[in-house]
Design a protein around this ligand. Structure first.
Ligand SMILES: [Zn+2]
Length: 292
């Protein structure tokens, strides 16, 4: 572990109490790096992970290094969570369409994130993981609103496992079961939905910087079973090389505000992704630790 990572970890511990719960975090004061140049992008050998204690990864990539390295640009460290709201009008710049070969439908992502994603998926395919698709990328505010309303309506029709997990058996028994009610009221339904879906304006998908993966074996349902697939194993070891992080880790739900989502990957640029990967921090903690 490098001193840089140690420093970040130490700072994160000190700043843990000041984390996102108190409001939006100031982004690192760095100038946005220049956008990737055009022209030839020669295949080159790159070695990263030098500060990993047990492994040094050597890999080849054809993606422009300037695409992967964002220089800690604010644009790619944009925070969207329950406390940091993007708002109804936020639309990312430079959205491009993703290749249909490995997406479940037509979808868009921010240009640089899309280039890094393409390279990552191609290398995942080359590693033999061929049952995996991107099932969600950029989402508009209106789309998120529609999804949120749909989820809430579903929670009002039936008492789901998520309802028991969020509200607790006693609450459900006393309020619903003894009264022979088979669905939640709107207020409880919303509480349950907020445990797995973002309120419109707070979804990270509105940044145009993140994607959800799904495998053929999952039957169209995104759930934690994704971690049992080869794709998860590969992504969890390699995504940082392409500037992506696992955004909602299992043991950080109180910090991120979300349940464990092994399928959700966020582009932050390789510098931040590498530090986050090796330090075990969330994006919220990383931004707190590096703010000055
Ligand atoms: Zn997602």
């Amino acid at each position: 572990m490098t001193s840089k990572v140690k420093k970040i970890r130490a700072a994160a511990l000190l700043l843990a109490l000041l984390c996102c719960l108190g409001g939006c975090i100031q982004l690192p004061k760095t100038e946005p790096s220049e956008t990737a140049g055009s022209g030839e992008t020669p295949k080159e050998e790159v070695t990263v992970g030098k500060h990993h204690e047990t492994a040094v990864y050597t890999y080849s990539t054809e993606v422009d290094e300037e695409t992967l390295k964002t220089g800690l640009s604010k644009e790619y460290l944009l925070l969207a969570n329950k406390n940091c709201v993007l708002g109804e009008d936020y639309v990312p710049e430079n959205l491009v369409s993703l290749p249909r070969a490995w997406t479940t439908r037509s979808m868009k992502l921010e240009r640089r994130a899309a280039a890094a994603l393409s390279e990552m998926v191609e290398e995942m395919l080359a590693a033999g993981v061929s049952d995996t698709y991107v099932t969600s990328a950029y989402r508009t505010y209106a789309y998120q609103q529609a999804r949120f309303d749909e989820y809430r309506a579903n929670e009002m029709k039936d008492i789901t496992e998520d309802a028991y997990a969020v509200l607790g058996y006693d609450h459900i028994y006393n309020k619903y079961l003894v009264n022979h009610r088979t669905g939640l009221d709107a207020q409880d339904a919303e509480r349950v939905v907020l445990s797995y879906s973002a309120r419109p304006g707070t979804s990270e998908h509105q940044t145009g910087l993140c994607v959800d993966f799904i495998t053929e074996g999952m039957g169209g349902k995104l759930d934690a079973s994704f971690e049992n697939y080869e794709a998860y194993t590969w992504l969890s070891q390699n995504a940082y090389r392409f500037g992506f992080i696992l955004r909602y880790p299992k043991d950080k739900t109180e910090i991120t505000g979300y349940q464990y989502e092994p399928w959700h990957y966020r582009f932050v640029g390789r510098e931040a992704a590498t530090d986050i990967y090796f330090s075990g921090l969330t994006l919220e903690e990383y931004l707190s630790a590096t703010a000055s």
